[in-house]
Design a protein around this ligand. Structure first.
Ligand SMILES: O=P(O)(O)OC[C@H]1O[C@H](OP(=O)(O)OP(=O)(O)O)[C@H](O)[C@@H]1O
Ligand SMILES: Nc1ncnc2[nH]cnc12
Length: 176
């Protein structure tokens, strides 16, 4: 049985990366372990709650790793939300702040059709800036958000308070 506790045990804390004072949650030990990576995808797929998903949206760059695998498992399309300047077609974009910086995310304007059922996936919820900006872009495209799913939630940063009334799912929660 896939276990979130096994995933938690594999996460590596790296102090002062990428800036002093940040404790970085390194997920690469999960990615490098076949059974653990499979378990992470199974548990993220469960967050769809059995709803038929049209598009799994992943956030650049770590979110892509999980979202693309989830899309494949669910038989859904995959849509990238990318950092500024990487998408070739017409885009909608939004600037945001995150735990250790600021940036702009973009999505292709035709990537999701109005009413399509979307699962938004990222590796980690910290302050919520990245996910909130992505949700706003998806809202502008009139996506039907089924859930917003994270491998990790840094609960003490209260990011979910930025994500409105959407169903927020996280596999591994850190209270402090
Ligand atoms: O909740 P927030 O405070 O917004 O932080 C969370 C975001 O930060 C990380 O991405 P990052 O921008 O570092 O990009 P990466 O995936 O390319 O490493 C992480 O993958 C989330 O997308
Ligand atoms: N503490 C953290 N560890 C890993 N990724 C992050 N993204 C934002 N904050 C992070």
């Amino acid at each position: 049985m896939p276990s979130a506790e096994n995933l938690r045990s594999a996460i590596r804390d790296v102090a002062d990366f990428p800036k002093p004072g940040i404790v970085f949650k390194d997920i690469t030990p999960i990615l490098a372990n076949g059974p653990l990576f499979q378990d992470s995808i199974s548990l993220l797929c469960d967050t769809a709650g059995g709803t038929k998903i049209d598009k799994v949206v992943g956030i650049d760059a770590r979110g892509f790793i999980f979202a693309a695998a989830v899309a494949d498992r669910l038989g859904a399309g995959f849509v990238p939300v990318r950092k500024k300047g990487k998408l070739p077609w017409n885009t909608r974009g939004l600037s945001y702040t995150l735990e250790y910086g600021e940036n702009v995310v973009e999505i292709h304007e035709d990537a999701v059709k109005p009413g399509e059922k979307v699962l938004l996936v990222d590796d980690l919820l910290a302050t919520g800036g990245t996910a909130a900006a992505s949700l706003q872009l998806l809202g502008d495209l009139e996506a039907d958000i089924v859930a917003v799913s994270f491998l990790i939630e840094l609960g003490f940063l209260k990011g979910r308070e930025k994500l409105g009334s959407h169903r927020i799912e996280s596999l591994i929660h850190y209270a402090d």
